[in-house]
Design a protein around this ligand. Structure first.
Ligand SMILES: Cc1cc2nc3c(=O)[nH]c(=O)nc-3n(C[C@H](O)[C@H](O)[C@H](O)COP(=O)(O)O)c2cc1C
Length: 453
């Protein structure tokens, strides 16, 4: 699947804004950035972000989520609250509802957990959003990673890694089943005769499985997209198999182009193995762009991010959360061993990625010092042309189908991309100048699924 440098690739790249409905972007120092606006409790802040990304013709904006404050480190949320390490997370369906009313084309994605929500709730929320946004809804399927979230839902510990995916498989069967309980042409709406809808075109689901029992039908008619677009970010073997079965857009966290190419090839092969078309499923690595009018200015901006804004304590607090491992008992100069990684029930791939990036042994201080969250993906630095060059190379050489762009500051990162990088990608013909359609599926080149397909 990897393309040689000279070979032109067909199709356009996809761009997705990686959003956070809270006090900080995925880069934990973002709230301290001089250009960050602190409007995270205002609807207008999210609406402005939506309009900016739509002006940049982004395919979609999608919000990550966590259902708890970071509380693994030292068994307390104190450090998260003190350092602003993501203590605030708003309810996403309401945030997306506000953005839907202020935009007209951009896709609207939200993260919902298969471990803590129920199929009926998820099916109903996303179907409602799909109607109210005119066919722009997308669900980012996560299984959740740590005990902090479990403890907000009546259990002490998160389920084991693979069992979370078994449950997720059944969750998807039930949720997709609920979306298909209404035929497309079920509604009649005949005032005269009083015939509201065809009773034989709205069916019960009667799902009865190991984890869920759902009668149905859904209380929302079939949406404009048939089913909302499904996003997923599994990176383990089990996660990749899950993505192959269900995902239409796959997010990844590969830090360098070689690793990304291997991941791309492996994931696309898995998709083909289960009989789906790998060309239609997008793989989008998370990436940062640090853009400025000159390369020197961009490099200065990068130094600010690396050296000044992240409290190492905030990095370790977030890493404890992502890996579901309390690092408070480990000295800063201690080497992170294979045994430690094996014992992690959260995101294992994270430390492997960091190891690849840093090379050799990784100490806890390295993890903190390298501003862990900035290393989850590549960082493209320079002028608009420099950044477009790097993105273009990833796209052209089989490392990805586009990017999930994370913000170093908000809304500035997205304004910079829209103003300086997007026009350059458009000039090269690798990114759209106008939306192709009105639904997210149309813009992503995805078919509208038929009932029961
Ligand atoms: C760009 C990106 C965004 C993610 N967003 C979330 C999220 O919002 N909530 C969450 O619980 N996990 C999130 N994850 C983690 C994934 O859901 C998944 O747990 C992780 O990639 C590890 O996969 P694995 O369990 O198959 O190893 C994200 C991962 C990536 C790469």
């Amino acid at each position: 699947m990897a393309k040689s440098q000279g070979q032109k690739r067909q199709g356009k790249m996809s761009l997705v804004g990686f959003m956070q409905a809270g006090n900080t972007s995925v880069y934990s120092g973002s709230w301290r950035h001089p250009a960050t606006e602190h409007g995270f409790l205002d609807a207008s802040y999210y609406q402005k972000l939506g309009r900016t990304l739509e002006e940049g013709r982004f395919d979609m904006m999608f919000f990550d989520d966590r259902l708890a404050m970071p509380g693994i480190y030292g068994g307390s949320v104190a450090e998260a609250v003190r350092t602003g390490a993501r203590p605030v997370k708003l309810d996403l369906s309401i945030v997306l509802g506000a953005i839907a009313g202020a935009t007209s084309h951009i896709g609207l994605g939200a993260t919902y957990s298969t471990t803590y929500h129920s199929p009926f709730h998820v099916a109903r929320t996303f179907s409602t959003l799909d109607h109210l946004s005119g066919g722009r809804a997308a669900w980012n399927i996560v299984t959740s990673v740590n005990d902090s979230e479990a403890q907000n839902f009546g259990v002490d510990e998160i389920l084991g890694h693979d069992e979370r995916y078994d449950r997720a498989d059944e969750f998807l069967e039930a949720t997709v089943g609920l979306w298909d309980t209404w035929e497309d042409d079920a509604l009649v709406l005949d005032r005269e005769s009083g015939h509201f809808a065809h009773a034989d075109k709205v069916r019960a689901l009667d799902h009865d499985g190991k984890y869920f029992k759902v009668k149905g039908p859904l209380t929302v008619p079939r949406g404009p997209q048939g089913r909302p677009v499904l996003l997923q970010a599994g990176s383990s073997g089990r996660g990749r198999d899950f993505a192959s079965r269900w995902a239409e857009v796959i997010f990844t966290g590969d830090p360098n182009i070689d690793g990304a190419r291997k991941h791309y090839e492996d994931q696309k092969a898995r998709i083909a193995e289960v009989g789906r078309d790998p060309e239609r499923i997008k793989m989008l690595p998370m990436a940062y762009a640090v853009v400025a009018e000159t390369r020197a200015q961009a490099e200065d901006r990068e130094q600010l991010l690396l050296n000044d804004l992240v409290d190492p304590q905030a990095s370790i607090t977030l890493l404890s959360e992502l890996m579901n491992y309390d690092f408070s008992g480990i000295a800063m100069d201690e080497v992170i061993t294979d045994e430690l990684i094996e014992s992690v029930n959260g995101i294992r791939g994270l430390t492997q990625n960091l190891r690849q990036h840093i090379g050799g042994d990784v100490t806890l201080a390295d993890l903190a010092g390298h501003r862990a969250t900035l290393l989850q993906g590549p960082r493209f630095v320079g002028t608009g042309t420099d950044v477009a060059d790097q993105m273009h190379e990833w796209f052209e050489t089989g490392a990805c189908d586009g990017f999930v762009m994370a913000a170093t500051h908000v809304p500035g990162s997205y304004e910079d991309l829209t103003r300086m990088v997007v026009p350059e990608l458009q000039r090269r013909g690798v990114f759209r100048t106008e939306y192709e359609g009105s639904t997210l599926r149309e813009n992503l080149g995805l078919d509208r699924p038929a009932v029961g397909s």
